[in-house]
Design a protein around this ligand. Structure first.
Ligand code: 5BU
Length: 271
């Protein structure tokens, strides 16, 4: 099956082996949204206000909490409350990349305590598959406090100019993800991945960053595509940041990205 799936989220929810992927497909279908807001805001008040005002229109709230100057337990507590209120998942775009022993401590514990609040976290396999094995072990350990409620996305491609995450590196990401179905549920990528050699029951979720309706890129190497083009290329979930939170009316912008992303998804599954 793999990415660029023509199956509706409701069917993928039923078939998917991972409970968090099931939950995400279900809530996306309920809210008619495949939109992820990348809330790159730098203080807790703005971050939480963004989650509360855009919460009804999104499937996932993506954070970089190390950008938040006054980040604290209270920020997290309130964000968790908002995720319940508006029924969205929280994705920390932490891009873990280190040896297994270190990432285990960065993920479960440490100053950010990611495992306690981030439903999804992403990682890079630059250092090989040890990082994946380590994080897989952490979330599948018998004493892990949130069994089957946490998962990871592998950073298989990047949207920045000159990205080295291409070709055989991207292929390796797919090979590694296939070995850890209990924790690796998909990729951050600019297109569908692996569908040519997909195993029958495989269903990786594809999250695509670099989505913007008004701009083609920024001055620091970011490259954009539209919600419709991202979904046509295989995105299940589209991630937009400045296109929404920095627009004159973020709620209206979120509604527009939601509508475009969802209608592109419907077009794909109805084709
Ligand atoms: P923007 O404002 O829509 O450009 O924000 C994009 C967000 O997605 C930002 O948080 C980046 O860190 C993140 N991102 C990205 O832009 N490109 C990538 O390849 C990956 C993440 Br991975």
């Amino acid at each position: 099956m793999a990415s660029l799936s023509k199956l509706p989220f409701s069917e993928r929810a039923v078939a998917h082996p991972h409970p968090l992927a099931k939950r995400l497909f279900q809530l996306a279908e309920t809210k008619k949204s495949n939109l992820v807001i990348s809330a790159d805001l730098t203080d807790s008040k703005s971050l939480l206000a963004c989650a509360d005002s855009l919460g009804p229109y999104i499937a996932v709230f993506k954070t970089h909490v190390d950008l938040v100057s006054d980040f604290s337990d209270e920020t997290i507590q309130k964000l968790k409350e908002l995720s319940k209120k508006h029924n969205f998942l929280i994705f920390e775009d932490r891009k873990l990349v280190d040896i297994g022993n270190t990432v285990q401590k960065q993920y479960h514990g440490g100053v950010l305590r990611l495992s306690e609040w981030a439903d999804l976290v992403n990682l890079s396999v630059l250092g090989g598959d040890g990082i994946v094995e380590a994080l897989d072990k952490t979330v599948t350990a018998p004493d892990f406090p949130f069994p089957e409620q946490r998962a990871f996305l592998i950073l298989a491609e990047m949207t920045s100019k000159g990205s080295l995450a291409t070709g055989s590196y991207t292929q390796k990401c797919i090979d590694i993800a296939r070995q850890f179905p209990r924790s690796m549920i998909g990729f951050v990528a600019t297109r569908a991945l692996g569908e040519d050699q997909a195993a029958e029951k495989e269903d990786f979720l594809v999250f695509t960053t670099g989505v913007n309706l008004a701009s083609k890129g920024d001055k620091l190497g970011q490259q954009y595509q539209t919600p419709a083009s991202a979904v046509e290329r295989g995105a299940d979930f589209i991630i937009a940041g400045r296109g929404i939170y920095a627009s004159a009316d973020p709620v209206e912008a979120a509604k527009q990205y939601q509508a475009e992303g969802w209608s592109a998804y419907l077009k794909r599954v109805q084709a």
